[in-house]
Design a protein around this ligand. Structure first.
Ligand code: C6P
Length: 402
């Protein structure tokens, strides 16, 4: 992988004063993605799925081609199993409101993990409160593994297992395939949060046997405002719509309506054609590089950072001891320094990291901290950037008066 060449594709990375290590929050975008969005609006802008004239048909074709690209990326059986949403959060809410509310009853259990992002907790809290179902939390060990005792919390009472594939704080990858098998043995479905896995690894929803899988375009070079819900066709077909309105209907009378086939049933209102096309360009870009090469580069950088940091005084690292189990995520604290201060000091050196609870407060409570700092790397980051980051980290306590 020629990182210097790759970086030329990213206009924002041209200013080399800046080091962008907040990729788990949102990635940067290459010009290929920006150009794809522009070309949609310049060349075929019209409302997709409605018009019977050339521009609208062109917009529809590009939109549906993007859906096909996503289906291929996830190895879905059929394009109609791909629903475009705004982001992972909306996709998870869709499953909770539609599947959760219509199937759960009092006494049922929703198994989730303590390392979930709030977007994979709050929708289930809402469903539990409305249906009388109970939330059961699985807790990982210090290396991020779920032991037998924890997995045994998935029982015949479990109806839904909600699990992130990669933690946005620890970076560990969860054994989705094994957990899906376990969930199915107990008659439950599994909802996989792929927000942090899809940007970094090849995903095969059929191999995983995931019932639902969600991700956001903006964390994988795509635009903000486009997300995906994959669902097995038979499940999606049985589910009631989440939002209602234009284009998700078959017929409407004054009193009632029948709903459109998949995936239109879940895409009410004017769709986000431009960003779907941008996402397709992002997928092309990632596939051109290849997920093996992407993972290799991220692992190399994470190892460089973690190896240096574990020998630094006053630094606490979170997550697995194996740097290859971090998905490029380096979460840490510096003794005596609030993570917000760490972030501000690094910002004065133009180094962008995230600090706070990372929308994963139950995990932070479990780890016994209120906040952490987090550097999250992507394939376009460099060894020199990691070295500058480590150098700056060494100065933080001094800058804060220690
Ligand atoms: N995590 C982070 O800095 P949205 O906002 O819907 O695109 O993604 C939500 C989401 C869901 N699951 C996981 C595992 C995530 O990491 C995120 C987003 C960002 O860690 C922003 S809070």
């Amino acid at each position: 992988m020629n990182i210097a060449e790759i970086r030329k594709d990213f206009p924002i990375l041209a200013d080399e004063r800046y080091i962008y290590f907040d990729n788990a929050a949102t990635s940067q975008r290459p010009r290929q993605v920006l150009e794809a969005i522009e070309s949609f609006y310049k060349e075929t802008n019209a409302n997709p799925l409605r018009g019977l004239y050339e521009w609208s048909i062109g917009a529809t074709e590009r939109y549906e081609a993007a859906r096909h690209k996503v289906a291929e990326l996830l190895h879905a059986k059929e394009d109609c199993e791909i629903v475009f949403t705004r982001n992972s959060t909306e996709s998870l809410n869709l499953v909770a409101y539609s599947y959760g509310l219509s199937t759960l009853k009092e006494g049922d259990e929703i198994a989730l993990t303590v390392m979930e992002h709030h977007s994979n907790i709050l929708p289930w809290q809402m469903v539990a409160a409305k249906t009388g179902a109970r939330l059961v939390y699985l807790e990982p060990d210090a290396e991020g593994y779920f032991g037998e005792q924890e997995l045994a919390k998935i029982t015949d009472r479990t109806k839904i297992v909600a699990m992130t594939m990669v933690s946005n704080v620890l970076g560990v990858t969860n054994p989705i395939k094994e957990v899906a098998k376990l969930a199915h043995q107990h008659g439950a479905v599994i909802v996989v949060d792929g927000a942090q896995s899809t940007p970094h690894k090849a995903v095969d929803v059929q191999d995983l046997d995931a019932d639902f899988y969600v991700f956001s375009g903006h964390k994988m070079l795509g635009p903000m405002g486009i997300g995906v819900l994959y669902g097995k066709r038979d499940l999606l077909e049985e589910m009631p719509p989440f939002l209602t309105g234009g284009e998700m209907i078959e017929t409407v009378t004054r009193e009632s309506a029948t709903y459109a086939q998949l995936p239109a049933k879940f895409e009410a209102g004017t769709v986000n054609g431009g960003d779907a096309v941008g996402l397709a360009a992002a997928i092309d870009y990632l596939q051109e590089i290849g997920f093996d090469a992407i993972e290799e580069q991220e692992n190399k950088l994470a190892k460089l950072a973690l190896d240096a940091m574990k020998d630094m005084e006053h630094i606490t690292l979170y997550g697995a001891s194996d740097p290859y189990r971090h998905s490029g995520i380096v979460t840490f604290n510096i003794e005596g320094c609030h993570p917000h201060d760490v972030s501000s000091v690094l910002d004065s050196e133009h180094i962008c990291i995230r600090a706070g609870h990372h929308c994963a407060q139950p995990l932070l409570q479990y780890l016994g901290v209120n906040a952490t700092a987090r550097a999250s790397l992507y394939f376009y980051n460099t060894e020199e950037e990691v070295e500058r980051f480590i150098d700056a980290l060494g100065k933080v306590r001094g800058w804060l008066g220690y």
